[in-house]
Each structure stands twice: as C-alpha cells, then as structure tokens.
Design a protein around this ligand. Structure first.
Ligand SMILES: [Fe+2]
Ligand SMILES: [Fe+2]
Length: 256
C-alpha cells in the first residue's frame, strides 16, 4: 500500500497558495458588496458617471480573475488531481453555475446607465457570493487534504508553478495584494522556493497593476469621491484594504 505523502508538506494546509487564491476571490466578493451597499444606502442609489465606470471596470476585472481561476482548476489542476483520487462531479458543475452567474451579472452591468440604481446588481452579487463561498471552502477542506495525501509537495509545486506562469496580471496581482504585507509575502515566497528578487522583477508590478485596476475602484466608491490621482499606496487605499475588516480571510498559520 502506498504511503501518504502528507509528511512531505512542511507547511500547514492553510498556507497553501490555493487558500491564498481563494482569499483574494473572497475579498473581492465582500468588497464589491460593501461598495454597492454604500451606493444604495449612502449615495442615493443613483450611479453618476464615475461610479458607473468604477463598478463596470471592477466587475470586468473580477470576471477575468475568477474565470482564470476556475479555468485553471477545470482544465489543468483537477484533471491532474483526478489521476490519483476522485473529484466529486458537483465541483465541476458548480464551476459551470458560477460562470452562468457571472454572465448574468455582466448582462445587468452592461445595461446600467448613469442615474440607475444598483438594487438588481447587488441582489445578483449576493446570490453569486452565496454560491461561491461554500464552493471555495469545499475545495479547501475536501480537496486540499486529498492533494496532500496523494501528491508530494514537490509534485504539486511543479504543477502549480506551470499553471501560474499563464495566470493573468489581475489574478496574480489580487493574490499578492491580498497576502496583505511584506512578512506574509516573504513567507509565501520562501515556502514556494521563489527567490526574493522575483518580487521586484514580477510580482510587485502585478500588485501595482491590481491596485490601479481594482482596489482603487473600491477605494473611490467607499470614499464617495472620484480620485484625482492614481491610487497605489497602502495609505491611498486604506478604506478598500480594511473594508470588511479582513473577514474574507482564512489566515495563514505560524510556521514552526
Ligand atoms: Fe473551483
Ligand atoms: Fe478554487
């Protein structure tokens, strides 16, 4: 009988990049819900032109992010895991349902005009979030332990690295932005045996791209004011970064 590969994983499951990727999705779900609720409850539920642009651009970026995530799982990662254990059919069907929800959201967003309210969009977004969050949790709690049992750390690391090479700047930028700080970023890079200079060569630029394209939109919607400069620093993005008080996060565990 084959031994479990679990002993080859020298870090806690919660520190896996899969959790980090899911944290970044959960953060976007929560932050846009808070921003839309703010438009409804504080701003008279009427979109002016810059708010409309922020909402449209954020949803376009989120769509690129989650579709990239699920396409990687569906086309590359889950078929590979399925060579050693069974991935339940409903995980696949949930990916299809989530894609349909995003399409429905996109259709509503495309039709939005200046002066419109966000009631319908907010209701659809909450519905989508309710479907997405248990899906992410199930992958974390059911599939990650099986991955660690059936594949060594090295095998999985090589597979993930090959997948990440093709991920978009927005998807990876969200991942690094939501790792939150230098300490956790350094820890993650050491865990994945990625040299620190890669941060400066690649990842920092992705995070800046994400902050400009995505987090700055949440910041503007929450502050209720169109920005007159590019919002990139943590100080510029405080409202967005702290929105929801990190309730979206499954925190990393201390490494022994
Ligand atoms: Fe998934
Ligand atoms: Fe996932």
């Amino acid at each position: 009988m084959k031994m479990s590969c679990e002993s080859t994983w020298e870090f806690p499951a919660e520190n896996d990049g899969w959790y980090g990727a899911h944290n970044s999705i959960r953060a976007e779900l929560m932050k846009l819900e808070l921003a839309l609720t703010t438009i409804m409850e504080r701003d008279g539920n009427s979109l002016d032109d810059w708010r409309l642009e922020c909402v449209k651009e954020y949803i376009a970026g989120h769509k690129e992010h989650v579709n990239g995530h699920h396409a990687n799982e569906e086309e590359k990662f889950l078929p590979w895991l399925s060579t050693k254990f069974t991935v339940e059919d409903h995980v696949h069907s949930e990916h299809e349902n989530l894609l349909e929800k995003v399409k429905a959201i996109e259709a509503v967003v495309d039709a939005l005009k200046v002066g419109d309210g966000v009631d319908e969009l907010l209701a659809l977004w909450k519905d989508y979030r309710e479907l997405m969050e248990p899906h992410l949790t199930e992958e974390e709690q059911e599939i990650v332990p099986l991955m660690r049992k059936h594949f060594t750390r090295k095998e999985a690391g090589e597979k993930i690295a090959s997948i990440l090479k093709e991920a978009s700047k927005t998807e990876l930028g969200s991942f690094f932005h939501h790792l939150k700080n230098k300490k956790t970023t350094l820890e993650f890079m050491a865990q994945e045996e990625i040299p620190w200079f890669v941060w400066h060569l690649e990842f920092k630029g992705m995070r800046t791209h994400y902050r400009k394209r995505m987090e700055s939109k949440i910041q503007q919607l929450l502050q209720g004011e169109k920005a007159t400069k590019s919002l990139v620093s943590k100080a510029d993005l405080g409202l967005a970064i702290n929105a929801g008080n990190f309730a979206w996060e499954v925190p990393r565990k201390p490494v022994k």
